[in-house]
Design a protein around this ligand. Structure first.
Ligand code: TRP
Length: 347
């Protein structure tokens, strides 16, 4: 069986380093590993519209922002298919058939949807499209017969629901669809990067993000005001590493060779943490290290992003070609789906 990756993002804002460690960095590695027959990366504009129906301009403008973030991180259109969800009408058709295979109560039990409904204060006013987006996400995945879906742990319930749909479909209509597997980020700190204020999630609405497009001075400022241990007042005080955002980010970004380059008095992060816990290590020194590491990682991304941003037409052309390629694959799956469902009357 072919190994196929599909994943994507809602275009509701520029991508931040939470996306990067949670997913983007890994995607680039997977793309370059040569282990996959196909890598598809989707800008999920139709899904973004499920809770932004009244704000089409926001979704439209962020298509380019997200595409620039992708290209800047090293997703390469000669190796990966970058495409736009709404340009693949087969996904709507597939969702419509899947709706018959899922109950309302099953959707209501989806923990991610539950939290999101609370977060958006939808309660009784949930748009039907939003409520059913796990079904559309199952269509996204299965239309391309994806075997591997690299996403954050918050997407695990979507994958479970997708697998249920695949099993039910194959059970009723015969083996047609492929069961996908989730691929979670490798390192615990990467699972969910907190905001710079220590809040559980980095999010645009909370204003606590570090963006991939962040300029060097902005980045330094954000590191300077970053939440640490509120009880670590004097340098000599013992400090806590757990829940300390600076250390969480170091967990996600730092490698032993960074110490040789920036803080040779420590061999690795464990030694630095031990010193912080003992007392005698100030926040400023740790933040300087973090800033240097982040700058090293983000500077090339920032520069590449600026290069691509000079020619938006070329970026749209990449997405247009990617969408044509993706549509061809989805159309083939839909042919098989219609055969299996016996709705191929004119064949
Ligand atoms: N729900 C994902 C997010 O919010 C985006 C997405 C849409 C997706 N369809 C997908 C991710 C299919 C993986 C596979 O980021």
């Amino acid at each position: 069986m072919k190994k196929i990756i599909l994943t994507g993002d809602r275009p509701t804002g520029r991508l931040h380093i939470g996306h990067y460690v949670g997913s983007l960095r890994r995607r680039v590695q997977l793309q370059n590993s040569g282990e996959y027959d196909k890598v598809l990366i989707m800008i999920a504009d139709a899904q973004a519209l499920t809770d932004n129906a009244d704000n089409p301009e926001k979704v439209r403008s962020n298509i380019l922002e997200v595409a620039l973030d992708y290209l800047a991180c090293g997703l390469d259109p000669s190796k990966s298919t970058l495409f736009i969800q709404s340009q693949i009408p087969e996904l709507c058709e597939l969702s419509f058939y899947y709706m018959n295979l899922v109950t309302v109560s099953r959707l209501q039990r989806n923990p991610t949807v539950k939290t999101e409904i609370k977060m958006r204060n939808f309660e009784a006013n949930i748009p039907v499209g939003f409520f059913t987006y796990p079904i559309s996400q199952a269509a996204d995945i299965t239309a391309f017969k994806a075997t591997t879906v690299p996403v954050g742990e918050d997407q695990a319930p979507m994958l479970e629901q997708c697998v249920e749909i695949v099993r039910r479909f194959n059970n009723i209509y015969g083996e047609t669809l492929v069961e996908p597997k989730i691929l979670l980020p490798e390192n615990q700190a990467c699972m969910r990067l907190p905001g710079i204020d220590g809040k559980a999630k980095m999010s645009k609405s909370l204003g606590n993000c570090i963006y991939l497009s962040e300029e060097a001075d902005e980045l330094a400022k954000k590191v300077r005001i970053m939440y640490t241990d509120p009880n670590h007042l004097k340098v000599s005080d013992p400090g806590t590493v757990e829940g300390n955002v600076v250390f969480t980010y170091l967990d996600a970004f730092c490698r032993d060779e960074h110490f040789a380059a920036y803080l040779p008095e420590y061999a690795n992060l464990d030694e630095l943490k031990a010193h912080y816990r003992r007392g005698g290590l100030g926040d400023v020194k740790v933040k300087k290290l973090l800033n240097a590491i982040l700058e090293e990682e983000l500077a090339p991304i920032r520069e590449r992003r600026k290069e691509f941003a000079k020619d938006p037409a070329a970026v749209y052309d990449i997405l247009r070609k990617g969408s044509l390629d993706a549509r061809e694959i989805a159309a083939k799956t839909l042919d098989e789906v219609r055969d299996a469902m016996q709705i191929n009357y004119f064949k």
